[in-house]
Ligand binder design. Structure first.
Ligand SMILES: Nc1ncnc2c1ncn2[C@@H]1O[C@H](COP(=O)(O)OP(=O)(O)OP(=O)(O)O)[C@@H](O)[C@H]1O
Ligand SMILES: [Mg+2]
Length: 454
């Protein structure tokens, strides 16, 4: 008997949701309330006797872009991407809101674009969170089994998890997620699902992810001011890993590295379970700044040069190759610059990022359990040559991960830039409040009945 759907094993579904489900069917922008055309399609579906598919909105509030994805879960669980909207993010720094007005208008703009394409405005809204205020800790709990003669039941499991989560933490922090690593019955470890087992003592070992209450509130407030209501806040690295890692990689052990604009998010999985998470306050924007300083050009030009000519491995660039730099003066003469030197500037910063990643992996204690290597994602993983630097610095085989196996506007989101957004949708499918949990409970009750009464 399994504790949960195998794809969810690394993220059990206890104690959800942290945020109330949105009850709205419409949304407001610029003060106007819009009636989503979903109503019409729902009615049409009812008349035709069809069941309405579940629709979900994901909002990835990144340092460089705010992205909204609207998707529908088809029968059989596959995802159709119905709409994608993106807007430059100017009010975020290292995963935290620094300018509410900018963030609000960027969310509203991205949502508007996605909604125009999708023609529906799902009220289930999942928002990503990141930043160096996030931390992960290991906790343990123990309870006496209520009815040892009958066996361990759901209540015992909930009780022991609650006990483990009752650890003391700073008043300005809250538990964002918790991941059950294993249960122990009478001291026997490695138990995935203790329900129905006989024993007197039940213990649990879990990994808890905490976040700053203020950072989470700032996000939900911005979303609210954009006319939307947050259903749940989800750690971005967890979301990204859902979109890009295979079950086999999670089993073998893998380090997921999401290198965005302002932050690099890490998640380490071993034996199918999330073991460690960390955030590094450094990302691709630091590379752009270096290029801007080195070439004495505007951040905008530096960003374009980085994307067009950037490389993380100078030795693979011909020493005779020159690039044209834009002139700072209108009509001024263009200046040529050796592309290899640009790559040297970029390599130095990329090495610094992976040096920090390596330190985190070493500190985690899981270095020797990572047999599937590293998977890079996030916009900076698009940088040419970055895979080779990661392999050299981390000493792991490395690949670039991006969302796959989607329908609808799949080609638009098949980029490492959209890993978090697509992952938020996938989180909702597997872990969303009220859905999986109810199914899981019903399934468990049935299983226990079958076990006891045959
Ligand atoms: N082709 C490319 N080559 C190099 N870098 C790129 C490329 N495309 C995007 N980037 C970089 O990726 C970064 C943005 O990535 P992403 O969209 O994942 O970040 P974000 O989610 O907004 O930020 P964060 O996750 O840090 O909050 C920027 O620094 C951008 O310059
Ligand atoms: Mg991001």
């Amino acid at each position: 008997m399994k504790l949960m759907n195998p794809t969810l094993r690394w993220l059990p579904n206890w104690n959800l949701p942290a945020f109330a489900l949105a009850g709205t069917t419409g949304y407001t922008t610029n003060g106007h309330t819009r009636q989503p055309s979903r109503r019409a399609s729902r009615l049409r579906g009812r008349l035709l006797g069809r069941k309405r598919n579940r629709a979900i909105t994901a909002i990835d509030i990144g340092t460089t872009k705010i992205c909204v994805i609207i998707a529908e879960v088809n029968e059989g669980g596959s995802l159709s991407i119905l709409g994608v909207g993106s807007s430059p993010s100017k009010g975020m720094r290292r995963g935290q809101v620094t300018d509410v007005d900018h963030t609000v208008s960027a969310i509203a703009e991205a949502f508007e674009i996605a909604h125009e394409l999708a023609r529906i405005a799902p009220s289930e809204i999942y928002v990503g969170i990141a930043g160096d205020h996030i931390s992960g800790i290991d906790v343990e709990g123990m309870v006496e089994v209520t009815n040892p003669n009958v066996g361990i039941d759901e209540r015992d499991c909930n009780g022991v998890v609650k006990r483990a989560l009752g650890f003391s933490m700073p008043a300005d922090m809250e538990v964002l997620h918790h991941v059950i690593r294993e249960f122990l019955v009478n001291g026997n470890p490695g138990i995935e699902n203790p329900i129905g087992l006989y024993g007197t003592r039940l213990e649990v070992r879990a990994h808890v992810i905490t976040s700053s209450i203020a950072a989470a509130n700032n996000l939900t407030r911005c979303v609210k001011r954009a006319g939307l209501k947050t259903s749940q806040i989800v750690l971005e690295s967890l979301a990204s890993s859902l979109a890009i890692l295979s079950e086999r990689e999670r089993e073998l052990g893998v380090v997921m590295v999401d290198i965005g604009g302002g932050t690099t998010d890490l998640a380490i999985f071993c034996q199918g379970t999330l073991q460690y998470t960390a955030e590094i306050a450094l990302g691709g924007d630091a590379i752009t700044q270096d290029v801007s300083t080195m070439l004495r050009c505007s951040p905008h030009d530096a960003e374009n040069l980085k994307k067009k000519f950037g490389h993380a491995n100078p030795l693979s660039i011909d020493g005779e190759e020159y690039i044209d730099l834009p002139s700072p003066l209108k009509g001024g003469r263009r200046v040529s610059y050796p592309r290899r030197e640009l790559a040297e500037v970029i390599e130095a910063r990329v090495e610094e990022i992976f040096e920090a990643v390596k330190k985190v992996v070493d500190r985690s204690g899981f270095r020797d359990q990572v047999y599937a290597g590293a998977v890079l994602t996030g916009g900076t993983s698009l940088l040419d040559g970055i895979e080779a630097v990661a392999e050299r610095m981390l000493e792991y085989p490395t690949r670039i991960g991006m969302p796959q196996g989607l329908r609808g506007m799949a080609e638009v989101v098949s980029s490492p830039i959209y890993s978090t957004g697509v992952g938020l949708i996938q989180w909702a499918v597997h872990e969303g409040p009220g859905y999986q949990r109810q199914n899981w409970l019903i399934r468990k009750i049935k299983e226990v009945f079958v076990d006891i009464y045959g």
